[in-house]
Design a protein around this ligand. Structure first.
Ligand code: PLP
Length: 367
């Protein structure tokens, strides 16, 4: 069994994907070829925003967005400690200080009620993460941001395709950043990402920054990066996009089935009734995470831990003064199960049976 079966998807879409890649090889415009613009238009439509800028990764989407907001040394950016390193890393790379606010212990996303007290005169932005495919609690986050005239960047690397109160992830704040890393809900065959915004000026600036700060050839008003989306990756994404809504449905169906059949045995993900999660990860909480993981792995079932260490305890970002008990607790008990739209019923049953038959003191988590 695979944790995410990318080969199954390729087998299903082989003709479209091969055809799209072949077109790029035929026209030879590997950098900013026509597929990039076509993809940006379709993604902007899908998400429901005016502008989409394809970039070279989710990490560069965050970097280019924060550069467009002129974030730099002396600035503070509020974010969550319970995320992939890139979120905090790009803040630090720009010389700004990540200010870590604890998570809501039910959803694992940043707790909006704790944001306001973390705001100082140096705060320049709020970067919530829509973890595991469920959007962060954007209405109260935007309300706090508005009171303090701060931009909000949604790190939507795991939530492309998700809905928050019927609105698409990436369309919920000043800028939405996503990733097309192969294992994300919408993945390409290498690195890729995108920024979304309704703000024309920010869109222009992000586009310039992603292309060495240039506004026309060899003319560079801004400092930028080499952060463009490859044409071949755009081609792969275009081939996958038609089937993406069905994949999102399959993810939801498989996620719900896990929850229905595991609810008595472990703590299953909490999804707000007004949210649609894309289950980038299906992550349970258990008493003996390492024990259960070992048991599953011994039966040929792969697992993962997203994430074993909060950013406040990562050597590169260490912040021992941060008060993030919920993130610390989560890091010790979360376990992600095999999840993809092509997970077969038979494989899912094997995962469920192996968990249900595990000793109770390994599974049940006192909450
Ligand atoms: C994957 C991920 C990123 C980085 O995306 P890349 O495309 O791998 O650079 C950033 N933030 C979160 C929450 C992620 O899961």
């Amino acid at each position: 069994m695979q944790f995410i079966d990318l080969q199954a998807q390729y087998r299903q879409l082989k003709e479209q994907i091969d055809g799209r890649i072949q077109q790029v090889l035929d026209h030879g415009r590997y950098i900013l070829g026509p597929e990039v613009g076509e993809l940006e238009e379709r993604l902007a439509d899908y998400v429901g925003v005016k502008h989409c800028i394809g970039v070279s990764s989710g990490t560069d989407a965050l970097l280019a967005s924060m550069m467009a907001l002129d974030i730099g040394p002396g600035d503070e950016v509020i974010t969550t400690p319970f995320t992939f390193i890139a979120t905090g890393e790009m803040i630090a790379l720009l010389g700004a200080r990540p200010v870590f606010v604890d998570i809501d212990s039910r959803t694992f996303n940043i707790d909006p009620e704790l944001i306001e007290t973390a705001i100082t005169p140096r705060t320049r932005a709020i970067v919530p993460v829509s973890l595991y495919g469920q959007c962060a609690e954007m209405d109260p986050i935007n309300a706090v941001a508005e009171r303090h005239a701060l931009p909000v960047i949604e790190d939507a690397a795991q939530s492309f395709g998700a809905l928050y109160r019927s609105k698409g992830s990436c369309a919920l704040s000043t800028i939405g950043c996503t990733s097309f890393f192969p294992s994300k809900p919408l993945g390409c065959y290498g690195d890729g990402g995108a920024c979304f915004t309704n703000d024309q000026d920010l869109a222009t600036k992000i586009r310039q920054i992603a292309s060495h700060g240039q506004d026309r050839r060899y003319h560079h008003p801004l400092i930028g990066i080499n952060g463009r989306l490859d044409t071949i990756q755009a081609a792969v994404l275009l081939a996958k996009l038609d089937g993406f809504p069905q994949e999102v449905e399959a993810r939801e169906r498989i996620g719900r089935r896990y929850s229905d059949l595991l609810a008595d045995s472990v703590q299953t993900p909490y999804i707000e009734p007004y949210n649609r999660s894309v289950y980038a990860q299906y992550t349970i909480r258990v008493e003996d995470r390492d024990g259960l993981a070992e048991r599953l792995n011994a039966s040929g079932i792969p697992t993962a831990v997203h994430y074993p260490v909060p950013l406040t305890s990562q050597p590169a970002l260490e912040d021992p003064m941060a008060n993030v008990p919920n993130a610390q607790a989560a890091a010790g008990c979360v376990l992600s199960l095999p999840m993809s739209p092509w997970l077969t019923r038979c494989d899912q049953d094997a995962v469920i049976e192996t968990i249900r038959s595990a000793p109770e003191d390994m599974r049940i988590r006192a909450s």
